[in-house]
Design a protein around this ligand. Structure first.
Ligand SMILES: C[S@@+](CC[C@H](N)C(=O)[O-])C[C@H]1O[C@@H](n2cnc3c(N)ncnc32)[C@H](O)[C@@H]1O
Length: 259
């Protein structure tokens, strides 16, 4: 990839305040750069994203993954969608001269990210035509959507994907190994603890389920199948404390393809 556009780094208070998921305040800016570049480089190396693709970044936040793609997606088009207005406003200002990058605000309720909104994410229709996108991804979005919202988002993503298009999404996946490690995880009192059962998964805080949710792998698979998506790969990360067969950085990654 060519040299990055360093002016597309958001101010530190926005990165921290808008819940992009970087805990160490001293490292926010360098992590924003390093993680964004690392994930997009992997996507390019895995041939998931091509320079002429039309792509959608769902829950794009402050453009952590948009920024490293500015010099790559020369013949393509990028759309970011998010429920945090200040993130979308910042991106629209910062990227105003980059004509093939657009950011869309979705005013949807989230107990964690957008409390005042009236519309539920489970009722939302993505503002894009059917079969628009060659590639779709989300990083740390499905760790903040309750099950009905997750199901609608998979349905919407599938609808706007071209046949054969791929999607790459991160999750906290509850398979037998992660479930077997939960007691230990909950005892450690880390941010990944998941003591409460809810529809489709487990949450850290029952009063604020969007703060963190993990979903059962069998439920994730059912929903993909229902909306014409074949799961190609589940790459487990170390978040649950698992030590074997780690193929992702933190959260788990699921790669799927539209039939
Ligand atoms: C942990 S942050 C990750 C942001 C970005 N993907 C990144 O990696 O930097 C989660 C993002 O999801 C957004 N979000 C939460 N609920 C959403 C929804 N229903 N639709 C779109 N975005 C949502 C939040 O506003 C927030 O920007």
């Amino acid at each position: 990839m060519e040299e990055l556009k360093l002016d597309l780094i958001p101010p530190q208070d926005l990165i921290v305040g808008n819940g992009i998921g970087i805990a160490d305040y001293q490292k926010v800016v360098s992590d924003f750069d390093r993680i964004g570049r690392g994930i997009t480089t992997n996507m390019i190396n895995m041939d998931l994203i091509k320079s002429n693709h039309t792509v959608l970044d769902v829950g794009c936040g402050l453009g952590r993954l948009a920024r490293p793609l500015v010099n790559y997606l020369k013949e393509g088009e990028y759309f970011g969608l998010d429920t945090t207005k200040s993130s979308i406003d910042w991106c629209n200002t910062a990227y105003k001269d980059i004509s093939n990058f657009s950011f869309v605000f979705a005013d949807l309720f989230s107990n964690y990210y957008n409390v005042g909104a009236k519309t539920k994410a489970s009722d939302y229709v993505f503002p894009f035509e059917d079969k628009t996108f060659d590639y779709i991804w989300s990083t740390s979005l499905f760790t903040h959507l309750v099950f009905d919202d997750f199901e609608n988002y998979i349905k919407q993503m599938s609808r706007v994907m071209k046949p054969g298009a791929k999607m790459w999404n991160t999750y906290l996946v509850l398979d037998d190994i992660a479930l077997g490690l939960l007691d230990e995880l909950n005892a450690k009192n880390t941010r990944h603890k998941l003591p409460f059962k809810v529809k489709g998964g487990m949450v850290r805080d029952l009063a604020n389920p969007e703060a963190q949710i993990a979903l059962y792998e069998n439920k994730i698979r059912e929903v993909h199948d229902k909306y014409d998506l074949d799961i190609l790969d589940v790459r487990y990360g170390p978040w649950s404390g698992r030590t074997e067969n780690i193929r992702a950085g933190g959260q788990d990654v699921i790669i799927a393809q539209k039939r």
